[in-house]
Design a protein around this ligand. Structure first.
Ligand code: FAD
Ligand code: DLZ
Ligand code: SF4
Length: 504
C-alpha cells in the first residue's frame, strides 16, 4: 500500500493523486500541521477555513469509501510538518511510498522532494494550462503579455467563442468595466454559512495573536456550499460585476465581486466549470457580455497566467527587488491607526474578512507600498498572510510582479502607480479622509499625490524612457522648479514621519 497526500488546498474529488490511487489498499493522509499554519502569520479566518474544509473533505472521502489518516492540529502524536506526518504514517503502515499532486509553492515542493520516501509526483490538473502549455506559449516571446495568453485560453476552452472569432467581435471589454462607485449597491454580498465550532475553538486558542478577526466566520467550507455561493452570485451579482469591477465604497467590502477565490484556490470549485456556468448565464440573457467576458478573463486569463509565471520563474522570484526598495512595512498594514482613509478602509475589511477586492489590493495597499518604497519581500509576506485566498503560486506574481514591479516588468509593462486622483475617481473614500485629495502640497496634501512624484523622480533613470510613462515625466518637468522642490521636500518629510512610526 501507498500513502496518498492531500494538502489543504487540494480539496478536489478529482485530484490527480486520488485518481491515481488504489481506493482498496492505499491510505489518504491529511494533516493540520504547525509548519503550514505558521510559515507566515496567516489570518485566523484563513486557518479556520482551511481546517474546516479539510475536515469536511476528509469525511467526504471516508463516505466515498477511502481510508483516511487525519491528523488534527492538537493530536499529541502530531510531528508538526507534512513530511513528518508522511514519514510517521509510512512507518506505522509499512507503506511502499507516497503519491501526491504537486503543491502550489516551491517551499513545499522542495521539502517533499527531499523527503526520504519513495514518491510519485503528479501534475496538478485542476488548471486549464499545464506547465508545458505555458512554457510553450512563453517560448521565444520578448514580452509575456496576459492578453495574448488569454486569447489562447479562450481558443483552448471554447469559452465565449463564435467559431474562431470572439463572441461579440472583441476579445476584451475592459473599456466598459471602469465605472466609478455607484451610490447604492443592490447586491447583498456572499452567502453566509455556519462554522465548525471545534475548529473555531482550536483556532481561537492557538492563533489569537495573529492579525485578523476570527468572528464572525461565514465562509463556505465544502463544495456544495461553495457552489451555492457561486449560483447566488451569478443570479444577483454578475449582471453588474463588469460595470463596477474597479469601484470602491466606504464600508462596502464586497460590491459586486464573486467572493469565490478562496473556494477556487482550495479546490472546492473547478475553474472551467465556474466559467461555463457564467457563460451559460450570458447565453440565457441573464448577464451582459462585458460582465461575463470580464469575469472569465480573470479566471482563464489572469489566474492561469499568474500560475504560469510563478512556475516559469522558479523559487528565486519571490526575492526579486528590481527597484531596490528597502523601507519596512508600516504598522498601519497590521491595523495601527492611519489618517489615510483609503488605506484604513482596505486594512479594516482585510482584518474583518481576510478579503479585499482587486482594486483595493492593487491601487490602495499595493500602490501605497510601491510609492513609499516598501521592501517587496515584506509586502509579499503581508499579502500571503492576510488574505484567505493567498497561496504563493497566485499571490507572489500578483504582488512581486503586478503590484510592486519588483520583477523588472515581466508581468506589467509599467508600474501600477497613481496619485490620489484615481482613488478619488473610483471611490467615495476621499470625502471622509483627514487629507485633501485636491491638495498637491501643504499640510493636508494627500500622501499619494506627494509620493507619486517622489516615486517618478527617484526612479527617473529606470522609467523616463518607458514610452507609456513619457507623459508623466513631461508633466513633472513642466512643473515650476520651486513647486517640484516643495513636493519632494514634503514627500521626504512625510516619509520620515512614517519611518518614525507616527500615525500619518
Ligand atoms: P472577483 O473580482 O469576483 O474575480 C473573479 C475571480 O477571478 C477571482 O475569484 C479570482 O479567482 C480570479 N482573479 C481575478 N483577478 C486575478 C488575478 N490578478 N490573479 C489571479 N486570479 C484573479 N488572488 C488570489 O486568488 N490569491 C491571492 O493571493 C491574490 N493576491 C493578490 C495580490 C495583489 C497585490 C493583487 C493586486 C491581486 C491579488 N489577487 C489574488 C487577485 C484578486 O485580487 C483576487 O483574486 C480577487 O480579489 C478575489 O476576490 P473575488 O473572488 O471576489 O474576485
Ligand atoms: C494554508 C494552509 C494552512 C493554514 N494549514 C495547512 C495545514 O495544516 N495542512 C495542509 O495540508 N495545508 C495547509 N494549508 C495549505 C498549504 O499551505 C498549501 O497546500 C501549500 O502552501 C501549497 O500551496
Ligand atoms: Fe486616500 Fe488621499 Fe483620498 Fe485620503 S485623500 S482617501 S489618502 S486618496
Amino acid at each position: 500500500m501507498r500513502l496518498v497526500l492531500v494538502l489543504g488546498d487540494q480539496l478536489s474529488a478529482d485530484l490527480s493523486a486520488l485518481q491515481k490511487a488504489d481506493q482498496e489498499n492505499d491510505l489518504v493522509v491529511m494533516a493540520e500541521v504547525v509548519a503550514e499554519a505558521s510559515y507566515v502569520p496567516h489570518h485566523p479566518k484563513k486557518i479556520a477555513f482551511t481546517f474546516m474544509a479539510m475536515r469536511k473533505f476528509a469525511q467526504s472521502l471516508r463516505d466515498a469509501g477511502w481510508r483516511v489518516a487525519y491528523t488534527a492540529l492538537d493530536d499529541p502524536e502530531n510531528t508538526g510538518s507534512i513530511t513528518g506526518e508522511l514519514i510517521r504514517y509510512a512507518a506505522q503502515n509499512d507503506a511502499a511510498g507516497v503519491v501526491y499532486t504537486e503543491p502550489g509553492e516551491w517551499r513545499l515542493i522542495q521539502e517533499l522532494a527531499d523527503m526520504p520516501l519513495r514518491s510519485h509526483v503528479l501534475p496538478d490538473t485542476r488548471f486549464i494550462a499545464s506547465h508545458s502549455d505555458f512554457e510553450n506559449w512563453a517560448e521565444g516571446r520578448k514580452q509575456l503579455r496576459m492578453e495574448y495568453f488569454y486569447r489562447e485560453m479562450r481558443r483552448k476552452t471554447g469559452l465565449l467563442m463564435d467559431g474562431d472569432k470572439p463572441e461579440g467581435g472583441k476579445w476584451n471589454y475592459d473599456h466598459d468595466n471602469r465605472k466609478p462607485a455607484p451610490d447604492q449597491v443592490d447586491f447583498d454580498g456572499p452567502l453566509r454559512f455556519s462554522p465548525d465550532n471545534a475548529v473555531m475553538d482550536l483556532v481561537a486558542e492557538r492563533f489569537s495573536d495573529n492579525f485578523g478577526d476570527l468572528q464572525p466566520f461565514w465562509f463556505a467550507i465544502d463544495s456544495d456550499q461553495a457552489n451555492a455561493q457561486l449560483d447566488h452570485w451569478i443570479d444577483a451579482g454578475l449582471p453588474k460585476f463588469g460595470d463596477f469591477q474597479d469601484a470602491m465604497l466606504q464600508d462596502q467590502p464586497f460590491l459586486y465581486h464573486s467572493l469565490i477565490s478562496f473556494y477556487l484556490n482550495a479546490g472546492l470549485l473547478d475553474p472551467l466549470d465556474v466559467c461555463q456556468r457564467v457563460e451559460a448565464a450570458y447565453h440565457a440573457g441573464k448577464a451582459p457580455l462585458n460582465a461575463v467576458e470580464g469575469f472569465i478573463r480573470q479566471i482563464i486569463g489572469w489566474r492561469e497566467y499568474m500560475r504560469g509565471i510563478y512556475f516559469l520563474e522558479g523559487p528565486a522570484y519571490t526575492a526579486r527587488n528590481g527597484l531596490g526598495h528597502e523601507r519596512a512595512l508600516p504598522d498601519m498594514y497590521w491595523g495601527a491607526p492611519t489618517r489615510m482613509n483609503c488605506v484604513a478602509q482596505a486594512v479594516k475589511q482585510t482584518k474583518e474578512h481576510a478579503y479585499a477586492h482587486h482594486i483595493q489590493r492593487l491601487m490602495v495597499t499595493g500602490n501605497f507600498a510601491l510609492l513609499a518604497g516598501i521592501d517587496p519581500a515584506a509586502v509579499h509576506k503581508w499579502y500571503l498572510a492576510v488574505y484567505a485566498d493567498a497561496y504563493e503560486w497566485v499571490e507572489a506574481p500578483n504582488v512581486i510582479g503586478m503590484s510592486q514591479f519588483a520583477d523588472d516588468g515581466i508581468i506589467a509593462s509599467k508600474p501600477y502607480i497613481s496619485s490620489g486622483n484615481y482613488i478619488h475617481k473610483m471611490s467615495n473614500y476621499c470625502g471622509s479622509c483627514a487629507y485633501r485629495v485636491q491638495d498637491k502640497t501643504g499640510e493636508k496634501a494627500c500622501p499619494f499625490n506627494l509620493l507619486y512624484w517622489h516615486f517618478l523622480d527617484r526612479h527617473r533613470d529606470r522609467f523616463s524612457g518607458n514610452p507609456r510613462m513619457g507623459n508623466m515625466y513631461r508633466v513633472w518637468d513642466r512643473m515650476d522648479a520651486e513647486k517640484r522642490t516643495t513636493v519632494l521636500t514634503e514627500a521626504e518629510a512625510w516619509l520620515t514621519k512614517l519611518d518614525q512610526g507616527d500615525a500619518v
